[in-house]
Design a protein around this ligand. Structure first.
Ligand SMILES: Cc1cc2nc3c(=O)[nH]c(=O)nc-3n(C[C@H](O)[C@H](O)[C@H](O)COP(=O)(O)OP(=O)(O)OC[C@H]3O[C@@H](n4cnc5c(N)ncnc54)[C@H](O)[C@@H]3O)c2cc1C
Length: 317
């Protein structure tokens, strides 16, 4: 994979092209640990990059104070299966139970690994990692509270970030932080870059993609009443990404009941007929001007109609 680190203006100087074997997005506790695991799995020669909006040590993980839980059983009896039960119950049984099983089972080794990486956990008098109570953690499947949280004073998340970041630097993980979000991960110059076509009418969006060339694939979603109809409201991939398939999915608003027509300049009778067809009601205001002609309308044309919506017409008399 080739990573092109953007300058503040978004241009891409060739001197900043970096060849990488793997890229992690996000430099919180999860991303930094993943980078270390990748290094371990791919070998010391592997070039691992981490893209992040923020400098790693400013990630939200730094806010965690209470501790990180694992059934070490250092201060009282505990089992990873109890931790698993608490996790699934704590997630109202909506949790991916297989993932929770892996997390709770592997948490014990992960904490030991963090300790070996240098995380300054609080200690018991015997020198073990100290553990304290934390919301929702119980012994014997809900019988009572258990001490399962491993902590570094009230700065556990801060300690996790500092430890993992230092280990990443030691292992020459490359960081691309503070340069912008994932749009920093551009691809090769010769690949097609997807333009931002959100907010455009479908025909205009299709013309822009065609020029790249990219093929649009439409997904229609019902337009809310009074929402612009036939407009691109979403796209995948997003702007700036290279499309691996030369196709871009466009989410386009499709009116269920029709589009409010342009009535300005029509006679009142004509306007009434057109509104009736869409089961829309006119609300008439009179003004001076050429007799019987619609001078203004609200809401504007092009919006999705829905039966019963009142269309205010200013009509000359
Ligand atoms: C106040 C507070 C207290 C907490 N206390 C505890 C606790 O005591 N114990 C506990 O277990 N959990 C606690 N949590 C929850 C825990 O901190 C988080 O679940 C955990 O830190 C999430 O880690 P993470 O790596 O997934 O995310 P984060 O630490 O949020 O990292 C996300 C990373 O992704 C980057 N990023 C985001 N968007 C983009 C993008 N578009 N492109 C590139 N990079 C991007 C960010 O810059 C950041 O580096 C607490 C949370 C809060 C807010």
């Amino acid at each position: 994979m080739t990573l092109l680190a953007p300058t503040p203006r978004g241009s891409i100087p060739p001197s900043r092209v970096v060849e990488l074997d793997a890229v992690v997005v996000g430099a919180g506790g999860a991303g930094l640990y993943a980078a270390l695991e990748l290094k371990q799995a791919l070998g010391p020669e592997a070039r691992i990059g981490v893209i992040s909006k923020l400098h790693p040590t400013r990630s939200h993980t730094g806010a965690a104070q209470g501790g990180v839980c694992a059934a070490l059983g250092n201060t009282e009896e505990d089992h990873w299966e109890w931790h698993w039960f608490d996790t699934v119950k704590g997630g109202d049984y909506l949790v991916d139970q297989d993932a929770a099983e892996v997390m709770c089972h592997d948490a014990v080794d992960t904490i030991i690994n963090l300790e070996h990486l240098g995380l300054p956990f609080d200690r018991t008098d015997d020198g073990l990692i100290n553990q304290r109570r934390f919301g929702g953690h119980t012994r014997n499947y809900g019988e009572g509270p258990v001490r399962r949280s491993c902590f570094a004073a009230d700065r556990t998340g801060h300690a996790i970030l500092q430890t993992l970041y230092q280990q990443c630097i030691r292992r020459e993980v490359v960081f691309f932080d503070g340069t912008g979000p994932t749009s920093a991960a551009n691809c090769r110059d010769d690949e097609v870059q997807v333009p931002d076509v959100r907010g455009l009418l479908l025909a205009e969006a299709e013309a822009r993609l065609d020029a790249q060339p990219l093929t649009p694939e439409l997904v229609l979603r019902p337009a809310e009443p009074l929402e612009p109809a036939g407009v691109v409201v979403g796209q995948r991939p997003r702007r700036g990404y290279a499309s691996p398939f030369d196709r871009v999915i466009l989410i386009v608003t499709k009116p269920l009941h029709g589009v409010i027509p342009n009535l300005v300049g029509r006679s009142l009778d004509d306007a009434r007929v057109r509104l009736e067809r869409l089961e829309l009601e006119p609300e008439i205001r009179w003004a001076k001007g050429a007799a019987g002609i619609v001078l203004e309308q609200r809401p504007r044309p092009g919006l999705a109609a829905a039966p019963g919506i009142k269309i205010r017409l200013v009509v000359a008399r």
